[in-house]
Ligand binder design. Structure first.
Ligand code: ADP
Length: 626
């Protein structure tokens, strides 16, 4: 329901004279959302909105961006207009706000004439604090009447969500976003604020430019997601390992990303055979089926979605406990975005990447045939390959990729730091064999030839070049292509080799590689074929370890049932009722009254009154054993 009922209390209508902006924000955060602290950069981002200074906020998925425009919207004179690319997302956000007692609505093509008129009336009457719209509403043909309406309502600020959609350098370019620059002239008094999880400087620059932000406050947060545990495996025994991952997360939400529709269908069928509540999702399914399945996942009626990257932007299920990639994505940006959908509630979650050299060859083929195989695409793909093969902390690698430095040496939340990777016994000897073959090939050949020569694969081309007569021919005949490539990737990542040349990258030794070849440097390599058994450890940083301490798990499950009932009655996804973290605290502290409920992080005044008591009833009955 897009328009709040008349009895909805307006949280903006509280007395707030003589309070500093910061105090007002703190008070609003606590009263409406039940949050006692700001997440990193939230305070600064909200202050910029209140000060009417344009801003760009870059935070990873789950970093709490929405609140940065929602909370100030309750404290500014005038309307907050939120530009969002997806209709399904709008509805969930508006439902969520309604649950907190915040008057918000959306205005898009899913509304019928009557609903549209109701929103228009609410706008004219000044009854709304936030209005969600699609970008095309604000620009181009047919938008004039709507813009007049906004002008009369008085716009305090525009919040452009998923702002990277404006950039061709991002991974989700939406041409409609380009038109938003025009808002500047039309609403000179309103400030413009952009929000994105895409961190690359190029995209950032594009956003500032295209939206014509004026002297914006640019806030870029840390991209570390300490609650995510990263693991990487060669794909050789996908089935067995995937089964283990699913077993670790039985009954929990997860996404399995595949690179092709065919793989989606076959894996989804297999998961169903194994007893998972799993569905397939890809762009080949009709729109109805897709939205039904997405909805079922959001409502926790299915646990696992096996999907292509078509499944993504619109999902806001915060308790996704695992994201599996059954094949390598085409860039670290994609990987970050997709794994970022795990653990948005801040609780531990697991990200498992299965890869094979074939994935990268397939991407290359696909990008070539689509005319997209340029320097940029190649660099992104190479970086992804390097990430998969690297022998370093995965958190550190990701952070460094996005230009951050990383404090600390042990993340305790990746296969490397958890000690799950097995080291090669004599890495220097293995590395020297590979490096010397690069030298024998006169540093003029690429990965494919190097691997063929080392494995001793004869072919006419190899004979013609005389490479079958090299002393290194067949030196590593016992290794599979995948293993050998993995070791070469590790040497690339370690800085012992580099790739040079544009169209046909050739392998060359770096100074460090030359030292290693002479036995004057050390290296470590991890085995590409890994033992089957992985200890079922997940992130165990102090915060994560406490997450389930003292929680009555049975009560937690029972509370989930209550939540599911309420979600069904109100036709909203369960997380809109309460997040998992709230249920967990209920099952830990067993609140008895609405006032007790307010002590829990994530419960505001409205929800403590409704639907809080339904949970209190269950807890009370639980306590007496009935
Ligand atoms: P993003 O849009 O950056 O992906 P969201 O706005 O969806 O992130 O927020 C992610 C989660 O963090 C949500 O569950 C939200 O309720 C929670 N959250 C936001 N701000 C706070 C805060 N100050 N304290 C605790 N939790 C918060």
């Amino acid at each position: 329901m897009p328009v709040p009922s008349p009895d909805t209390q307006s949280p903006g209508a509280q007395p707030r004279a003589a309070q500093s902006p910061d105090a007002r924000l703190t008070e609003t955060l606590r009263r409406v959302w039940g949050f006692r602290e700001f997440l990193p950069l939230q305070r600064e981002a909200m202050a910029a909105v209140l000060a009417g200074r344009d801003s760009l906020l870059v935070l990873p998925t789950g970093g709490g961006k929405s609140l940065c425009f929602q909370a100030p919207a309750l404290l500014t004179e005038g309307l907050a207009v939120v530009v969002s690319p997806l209709i399904s997302l709008m509805k969930d956000q508006v439902d969520g706000l309604a649950g907190q007692g915040v008057p918000a609505a959306f205005y898009n093509s899913s509304l019928d004439a009557g609903e549209r008129a109701a929103v228009e009336r609410a706008l004219a009457g000044g009854a709304l604090r936030l209005l969600y719209v699609a970008p095309e509403r604000l620009a181009g043909d047919g938008s004039a009447g709507f813009l007049d309406l906004l002008e009369r309502a008085g716009v305090a600020f525009f919040a452009v969500d998923e702002a990277h959609c404006i950039s061709q350098w991002g991974h989700a370019f939406r041409p409609e976003y380009r038109l938003l620059g025009g808002l500047r002239e039309r609403f000179p008094e309103a400030s413009v604020h952009a929000y994105t999880a895409t961190a690359t400087p190029r995209v950032r620059h594009d956003i500032v430019e295209q939206l014509r932000l004026r002297d914006p406050e640019v806030l870029v947060g840390s991209f570390d997601r300490p609650n995510l545990t990263y693991r990487v495996f060669p794909r050789s025994d996908l089935a067995a390992r995937l089964k283990t991952v699913l077993a670790r997360h039985h009954g929990e939400g997860g996404i399995v990303y595949c690179n092709s529709r065919k793989q989606v269908e076959s894996l989804a069928a297999r998961l169903a055979d194994w007893g998972s509540r799993a569905v397939a999702y890809h762009a080949g399914l009709d729109g109805d089926t897709r939205s039904r399945r997405q909805e079922a996942f959001a409502r926790e009626e299915v646990d696992v979605v096996v999907a292509t990257v078509a499944f993504g932007m619109g999902i806001d299920r915060s308790n996704v406990r695992f994201v599996v990639h059954a094949g390598a994505p085409r860039s670290i940006e994609h990987y970050q975005q997709e794994t970022g959908r795990a653990g948005r509630d801040g609780l531990p979650a697991e990200c498992v990447l299965f890869y094979s050299p074939a994935d990268f060859a397939a991407w290359r083929g696909l990008l070539e045939s689509g005319g997209e195989w340029d320097e940029h695409a190649r660099r992104l793909l190479n970086a992804m390959q390097r990430f998969a093969a690297a022998t370093r902390c995965r958190h550190r690698q990701l952070l460094e990729y996005f230009g951050e430095t990383c404090a600390g040496s042990d993340c305790a939340a990746c296969d490397w730091c958890l000690g799950e990777l097995e080291l090669v016994a004599e890495p220097v000897v293995l590395a020297q064999k590979i490096l010397s073959c690069v030298v024998r090939l006169e540093q003029r050949w690429g990965m494919g030839r190097l691997v063929d020569v080392l494995r001793g694969r004869g072919s006419d081309k190899i004979t013609a070049a005389g490479h079958d007569r090299l002393s290194t021919f067949g030196l590593l005949a016992e290794l599979s292509i995948g293993e050998l490539r993995g070791y070469v990737d590790q040497l690339l990542d370690g800085g012992f080799l580099r790739q040079a040349g544009r169209e046909y990258p050739v392998l060359q030794l770096t100074d460090q590689g030359a030292e290693l070849l002479r036995g004057r440097a050390e290296c470590r390599l991890y085995r590409q074929e890994r033992p089957r058994k992985v200890k079922a450890k997940t992130a165990k940083r102090p915060a994560a370890a406490e997450d389930w301490a003292g929680v009555d798990l049975e009560l937690f499950e029972a509370l989930r049932e209550v939540r599911l009932d309420i979600a069904r009655e109100r036709k909203v996804p369960p997380y809109v009722v309460f997040h998992d973290s709230v249920l967990r605290d209920m099952a830990r502290y067993r609140p008895a009254t609405p006032a007790d409920l307010l002590e829990i992080r994530g419960v505001g005044e409205k929800k403590a009154q409704d639907p809080g008591p339904r949970f209190l009833d269950l807890i009370a009955r639980w306590g007496t054993g009935t």
